[in-house]
Each structure stands twice: as structure tokens, then as C-alpha cells.
Design a protein around this ligand. Sequence first.
Ligand SMILES: Cc1cc2nc3c(=O)[nH]c(=O)nc-3n(C[C@H](O)[C@H](O)[C@H](O)COP(=O)(O)OP(=O)(O)OC[C@H]3O[C@@H](n4cnc5c(N)ncnc54)[C@H](O)[C@@H]3O)c2cc1C
Length: 390
Amino acid sequence: MAAQTDSNILIIGAGTWGCSVALKLTRCGHTNIKVLGGSSFPSAISAGNDLNKIGEEANEPSQYDPMMTTSGIVDNAYQRCVEYAEGEDVQLVALKTKEDFQKTMPEGVLQGDFPGWQGFWKQAGAGWVFASGTLKAMHAGAVELRVQLVTGDREGRVETLLYSNSKAVVGARTADGNQLRPTARALAHIPLSEKEAALYKNLPVLYGVDRDFFIEPDAAKHRMKLCDEHPGYIDPVIENGKFCSVPFARHQIPVEAEARMRLLLRETMSQLAEREFSFARMCWDADTVDRRFLIDKHSDIENLIVAVGGSGNEFMICPAIGVLVADILEPKGEIEERIKMMLRWRPETAVGRDWWHSQGRYGADGKVMDLRDVKEWTKTGLSRSSTGPE
Ligand SMILES: Cc1cc2nc3c(=O)[nH]c(=O)nc-3n(C[C@H](O)[C@H](O)[C@H](O)COP(=O)(O)OP(=O)(O)OC[C@H]3O[C@@H](n4cnc5c(N)ncnc54)[C@H](O)[C@@H]3O)c2cc1C
């Protein structure tokens, strides 16, 4: 890509994609890049500001290699897994019995009975990514290359976009639309002792398609992450006569989500089922209708590029986001036509959108849940709770 020095670029959101895009653009020679973030970095509501995330390699070598385990994924929800296994290039190991599951990890880690579980073990090309470390590294790289990061509730929080008469963006205050559905899931950490953390090192990610999942403890603080897996919670609001879901930050989780996490633990790691959580929070994603990313020029606003959305798998591809945005910024646009079509601005897909669609996700009751129906929240992290429905 040709170097440019006269750019004037505003990026909204100092999270996973915002930092990736800022870093890539500045490495490509763009200057005058400013990133606005609605809270101090790293943001407590950034989905990427998380201990770790699942990552899977495509057929080409992954850019995550230094941060990815070489272990695999154990999976259940059998039918979905069979289809998944059939589509894989590599041979997956079928898991049918409790002993099959237990053999995927060191002795003593999986002490549960795995009632009714069946699945597959992907031994290569999948694992996890050190998410908050990646986020901080991208941020530090961008700052070093003179990207200006303005973060904070007042200075960095965008409320709307400001336009010139010719429909160009000249400033910012927030965009909205039916193409995205903010959908939340619960995260929690279980503290482990140093000895336990040593035993639980290099584990495959255990991902229950119709349960929850856990990822091995981090090396520094020995916290094991649990994530509540299901079609998601939304926070329905009618704004200007239109239905939408409005995300909020909260360092507590629904008691029902904790119960699901404990069920996973009882079935798989029963020795940890009653241990107190040391951290919990709601984590928001922006689901598109077809679960594909949305990375394109806005159809009406000439100098606005939108890079958002997907459904639960946007962290692992974050290094590629900056590349795609940089290509879109090129006058001739260098993105392959096939990819361009897939990522395009596509409001037509959201006409009459079913906000309660489960989008091929399982877990809980298999339905999208309404946060207004949540009656009880955990006490974990109460002192750190932020705005949101009580
Ligand atoms: C529970 C959960 C589990 C997930 N697991 C995985 C996984 O295993 N693997 C995977 O690849 N992906 C996973 N994802 C998806 C992935 O983490 C996210 O989709 C990805 O991090 C999104 O990046 P982003 O930059 O769009 O958003 P974020 O990283 O959330 O960043 C958004 C940023 O925008 C800022 N912001 C918000 N509003 C404003 C405003 N008005 N003005 C200025 N700034 C604002 C926020 O403060 C934040 O910093 C998961 C997501 C969730 C919720």
C-alpha cells in the first residue's frame, strides 16, 4: 500500500478493532489519526478487554501464533459438532465417554462425570488468545507511532456524528442502525492456587456449544475464565418508535448465568463447582443479521468507514481488520471482490429484523433472553458496578 502523509482520520472506539485499525493505518503511513474512546483505556466495557478469547486458525498460518496455545477444543452439542467436524480439514478425535473427555486434559483436571456429553477434540489449529495483552500491545504500538488516543467519559465518548452540507463526516457523536444487535453474555473468573494453575496449564479450551466454556488460567494471576454460552441477552428499548438493544456496563452477572456456569463446572470440573468467583461482568457483542463482519464505506456518508459486528468471533481476526480498512482507504480499493461482497454495508439484510433470533446458537433455553426479566444479580464485584438496570 502506498504511503500517505496527509490523512485526517478519526476512529471511534479504542477497543479491539479501533486499536487494530489505528496501528495498521499508522504503519501504512497514514498520519493525523485520532482514536476516541468512551472511557479510560483499557475500557471496562471493551469485549476485547478480557483475559482470553478462543482463536481458530484458518488454512493459512495465524498471526496469533505467539499468543495462541497449540492445544485444541473439546466440544459438545453433538449434531452441530458432527457438521463442524465434517467441514474440517483436519481429523477430529471423537469423544463419547467420560474417560474420552478426561483424557484430553492432565489427570485430575476433569473430575466431573460428563453426563450425556459427546463431542470432538480438535488437537491442532485452535486454542486461545491472550486478549487483554493483545489489546494493550496494539494500543501501545499505536501510541508509539503517534496515534492520538483521546479517552474518557467526557473527552472521548462520542454522542453523534457531525456532517458537513455535502454529507461528509466532520466530527463525531455515534451512529446507530438495525444492522447491529448489541447482545450480552456473562463472564466470570475462578481463582486458582499456584499449584492448581501449574496443573491446569496448556489445557484445550473446553467449549460446550449448549453449555458454557472455560479457558485455562492466566500465567500471572491464575484466574480461569468461564463464559456463559447461549443466544445472548438483549436490553430492549424503543427509541424514536424503533426497537433496539442498548448496552450498559455492569460488573455483576445474572444469578441464572452463574447457575449455568456452575452446572458446567459440576459436569466437567466438579472439584471447582462451589468455589467463589473473583470477578464477573457482562460482555457485549454486536451481532449482525448473518453473523458476518461489516467492514465497508457507509453508503450515504462519503468519508465514513464502518468496521463493526459479527457474532462472537471478531477478536481472533483483529489483526486483519486494520489491513481491510487500510485497503478500503486506498483510492482504488484493493479488497478482493468476494470478500468485499461478504463484508459490505447491507441494510437490506436488517429490514424487519427478528431481534429475538437465536442465530444458530445453543445454551440456556436456546432463546435470546430479555435483561428486563433478570430478577437477581450476583454480588460479585458489587463495589465496581457501573450504570445499568437495577
Ligand atoms: C462474552 C463474549 C465472548 C467472546 N468470545 C470470543 C472468542 O472466544 N473469540 C473471538 O474471536 N471473539 C470473541 N468475542 C467477540 C470479540 O471479543 C468482540 O467482538 C471484539 O472484541 C469486538 O471488538 P470491537 O473493537 O468491535 O469492540 P470492543 O473491543 O468492545 O471495543 C469497543 C470500544 O468502543 C468504546 N465505545 C463504546 N461506545 C463509545 C462511544 N459512544 N464513544 C467512544 N467510544 C465508545 C468502548 O469503550 C470500547 O473500548 C466474544 C465477545 C463476547 C461478548
